[in-house]
Design a protein around this ligand. Structure first.
Ligand code: HEM
Ligand SMILES: [Ca+2]
Length: 863
């Protein structure tokens, strides 16, 4: 039993309250919210007018702070906010101990691991992980002293600077009948294939299905609501992708060309470009990028890998871990092993993957939300829309069992007895709209199986904050002091208020924008994006004070590099050790070194996002809890709001104090277990807002996996070291028999089981929150991004590498430290912000710079 009592009271020294504006939090009596408590908090649908705060009219706020244009930063020597610690004082003291020797006292850690003495907060990769998260772990800490006699813990040195083998070693010749032989197609054959493709595409692919249907009808708005945009870049790329797909099909029928051979590089189209209309030819030509040496990442992610400069770029195709399983080898959704369409998803979702919550008490909703931000940073796959930029209507004229009404469609059939939609007076509803994802020309513009377009930069580079093109970056930058734009809501600095931003809930004009189009998808993302922007500005301001002679560009790009490094550091030393377990990360060289550099950059590793990751293994939607809990400064829950009312809206921040309240709420609400149970807010009520029902995300996930053509669960079991299953019983090794029995009702063959469906029901790996197959794919993906991202923060020996002193400062940051730096009213945080509060995870004061260090920028001073 993870005791009722815990709290940091005993182990943390709370500083005395001096400002008078805040009382310090007393020791906690409970450190996470039990289910009953959660349910008992009044669920209020807040009427914003109830809030006593002065700025309650958005119109007024908009007028007063138009896009932050009137803002003038003040750099007085006084701390900016009277209730917060003086950064000036800290800067002085920290620069004196910024040398790496500060944490250099050697000690012998638990399990006989050698280590160095550090504050607990800097040892998340070890003490923050599941192994040590028990109430009694406080006794487990080996205390020691560091610096000028401060008490710390012996933090084992488990980082890794060498290079281990990749988790998945895939040899296509062993699978899928691919023999690696090329088939030569004569010149006129290519001409024929392309001409056929262009004609076919004009006739069928561009068929416009938008018939102006009722926007409130789920058979129309469907998944399209998620992204009400279809910029020209996507349209032309998507058309070219489709044309190349059709040409590939033609060439394989006529000349025996093997679409699979694209895995080793394919038939280059740019050599035959004169058969293509000019605009497509130009796209292919633009793939021959010229790269220039630079200290910083490019904004659009190009030229990260100098040998394959388009890999990982925004608007480029993703990679496949394994050759895809399109039913036609090129682009049609996966079929069953009997070459017939797979079973309908919605009936299975409703019985095999029902809504029911199970708490996973040691990690919290901040952990879940952080995962979503990482997901957004590395993937955003647009769906096809109609020529006039509206959702295509895949349900119009759709009959169960019939062909899709358009090649862009992959409609979701509703069974006649659907437990949810039929009970909501939608008897006639038999179809949910679902459009296919946009095909990208692959990174070499060749024939071959299709890859799907990712409009984000594939790297973990904070592109959701900075945008993916110079145009977008210009929009988010303040163009002063290297800072990003912000607006003021009450005393808070939030993201720019932007009426034109992607807020789909038209009743809400309280809308924010950032470098990503999904900023307001749900309040967690909005708050997370705000934290990121504020951290950037915190860094930029400090840099400016240190180097006032730097111009805005220099300040911006340096602050961007530092901020990105901090988030990579948090992902690899706090988030992933929890998600995956540190031991396995260590074995595969995914844990970055805790001192010095890593030297495992490998230009042969293509650092792209994999379809299998974005389309299945990282869709941790089962971990979502469907209430947004607001917690006061004592971490006491005040109220809880239904998530389904807050999609695509920024209204929750109309009361500016909700910013900290949401963050605190996230930290006390446990994540839901990643299993077959979902919260109704994402299964039947996704994007509901003021309608009476919503959409079904788990069903989207299964459909999306088939749309991506990703291999089946069985394929990845095999690649991940489990045995390929030949009978349903063979799944018992990692899936409970009763679940296997349920799944067997819906799939004709074990081989057909979707990667999403199989992965989500696996028993979890020890010390991890996911099962072995997803573990392997997620691990492989993050390994790829460490090994293959030339700008990964710990990589040494390159012209852009941080100095060792700079790296040591970046390593002082933790999620808890970021939260303290990016909020105004957060007085205390749990040491490990992704875990619920416990004796082993005490609250620390944001003012306590020894227990919760923050980076000093002294090593960036330009003398
Ligand atoms: C309330 C929270 C969330 C909502 C409402 C949400 C909603 C969605 C939606 C609507 C999609 C597009 C589905 C499709 O048609 O393919 C999506 C995709 C995705 N989600 Fe979530 N999600 C949430 C949380 C998360 C979390 C916690 C994670 C991971 C830890 C995650 C990972 C992903 C990934 C990897 C994709 C694919 C992105 C792409 O390739 O475009 N999501 N999500
Ligand atoms: Ca990115």
């Amino acid at each position: 039993q993870l005791g009722e009592q815990g709290g940091g009271g005993g182990s943390v020294d709370f500083p005395q309250d001096t400002s008078g504006s805040f009382r310090m939090a007393p020791p906690l009596t409970a450190y996470f919210l039990e289910d009953e408590e959660l349910e008992s908090i009044i669920i209020e649908n807040p009427d914003a007018d109830d809030y006593p705060e002065p700025d309650d009219d958005p119109e007024e706020i908009l007028n007063r702070f138009p896009r932050a244009a009137s803002y003038q930063p003040q750099y007085s020597s006084k701390p900016q906010q009277s209730y917060s610690y003086s950064h000036q004082n800290y800067k002085d003291s920290s620069s004196s101990h910024s040398s790496s020797s500060y944490y250099n006292t050697k000690c012998s850690g638990p399990e006989g691991l050698p280590g160095c003495c550090k504050p607990l907060a800097l040892c998340g990769q070890y003490y923050g992980t599941a192994v040590h998260y028990k109430a009694e772990t406080s006794n487990y800490y080996k205390s020691c002293t560091y610096g000028y006699g401060y008490q710390g813990v012996c933090c084992p040195d488990i980082g890794y600077s060498g290079s281990a083998s990749l988790i998945i070693n895939y040899d296509p010749k062993r699978y899928g009948g691919y023999d690696g032989k090329y088939v030569n197609i004569p010149q006129y054959g290519i001409k024929q294939a392309l001409q056929h493709a262009i004609a076919y595409h004009d006739r069928y692919y561009r068929h416009d299905q938008h018939l102006g249907r009722d926007e409130d009808d789920p058979s129309y708005w469907g998944n399209g609501v998620v992204q009400d945009l279809y910029m020209d870049e996507v349209k032309d790329l998507g058309d070219l992708g489709a044309i190349l797909a059709i040409a590939t099909k033609y060439a394989s029928k006529t000349y025996g060309y093997k679409p699979e051979s694209y895995y080793d590089g394919g038939l280059k189209i740019s050599d035959y470009g004169h058969y293509l209309p000019a605009k497509y030819r130009e796209i292919c030509d633009s793939f021959d990028l010229k790269c220039y040496p630079s200290k910083y990442r490019t904004i659009d992610g190009s030229c990260n890998n100098l040998k394959y400069p388009t890999v990982g770029k925004a608007y480029s195709g993703m990679g496949y871990i394994r050759i895809p399983r399109y039913s036609d080898s090129v682009y049609q959704p996966r079929y069953g092993s009997d070459h017939k369409p797979l079973h309908k998803v919605r009936p299975m979702r409703y019985t095999a993957l029902p809504d029911k919550d199970m708490a996973d008490k040691s990690v919290n909703m901040l952990f879940v939300t952080y995962g979503q931000l990482v997901a957004h940073d590395v993937s955003h796959v647009p769906f096809y829309q109609s020529e006039d930029g509206k959702f295509i209507d895949c349900c119009d004229g759709y009959k169960m069992g019939d062909q899709e009404v358009s090649e862009k469609c992959y409609a979701i059939a509703l069974p006649p007895d659907d437990g949810f939609y039929k009970s909501h007076r939608r008897e006639s509803l038999d179809c949910l709209n679902f459009a296919r994802s946009v095909i990208a020309p692959n990174y070499q513009c060749t024939l071959g199986y299709t890859t799907k377009l990712n409009r984000q930069t594939h790297f973990h580079d904070c592109s959701i904050m900075y945008g993916i093109s110079h145009n977008e970056t210009d929009k988010v930058r303040l163009k002063k002091y290297g800072m990003l734009k912000f607006s003021k809501v009450g005393h808070q600095q939030f993201l720019p208020i932007d009426k034109d931003a992607e807020c789909f809930n038209s009743s809400s004009d309280f809308c924010f924008s950032s470098g990503d189009l999904r900023t307001t998808l749900q309040p967690g993302v909005l708050v997370g994006q705000t934290v990121m922007m504020k951290l950037h500005n915190y860094i930029a301001k400090k840099l400016y004070r240190l180097n006032p002679h730097w111009n805005d560009d220099k300040l911006f790009y340096e602050a961007r590099a530092i901020t990105t490094a901090i988030f990579q550091h948090i992902t690899y030393t706090e988030y992933l050790p929890l998600l995956l377990g540190w031991r396995f990360m260590y074995d595969y060289g995914i844990l970055p070194p805790s001192k010095g550099y890593s030297y495992d950059y490998d230009p042969e590793v293509k650092p792209w996002t994999f379809h299998e990751f974005a389309g299945a293994a990282f869709r941790h939607h089962s971990s979502i809890y469907g209430k947004i809990v607001l917690a006061d400064e004592y971490y006491k829950a005040e109220k809880s709001l239904p998530l389904e009312e807050y999609y695509n809206s920024g209204i929750i921040l109309k009361n500016p104090y909700n910013y900290e309240k949401i963050i605190r709420g996230f930290m006390i609400v446990p994540q839901r277990k990643i299993d077959k149970y979902y919260d109704a807010s994402v299964s039947d009520l996704l994007l509901k807002n003021n309608r009476t029902f919503g959409l079904d995300l788990p069903t989207f996930n299964v459909k999306r996996g088939r749309d991506f053509g990703i291999g089946s669960y069985n394929d990845f079991r095999e690649l991940c070291g489990l045995k390929r299953a030949y009978s349903w019983k063979d799944f018992y090794d990692v899936i409970d028999p009763d679940i296997v029995a349920e799944l067997a009702k819906f799939y004709r063959y074990p081989d057909d089981l979707d990667l999403y469906t199989g992965g989500v029901v696996e028993r979890h790996i020890k010390d991890s929150y996911i099962g072995p197959t997803w573990w392997c794919i997620v691990g492989h993906q993050f390994q790829t991004w460490k090994r293959g991202d030339r700008f990964f923060y710990t990589h040494g020996g390159m012209p852009h590498s941080f100095t060792e002193a700079q790296l040591d400062e970046i390593r002082k940051m933790s999620m808890a430290a970021v939260l303290c730096s990016a909020t105004s009213y957060l007085k205390t945080v749990p040491t490990f912000a992704f875990r619920t509060i416990a004796t082993g995870n005490p609250l620390v004061s944001c003012d306590d710079y020894n227990s919760l260090p923050r980076l000093s920028l002294a090593p960036w001073k330009d003398y």
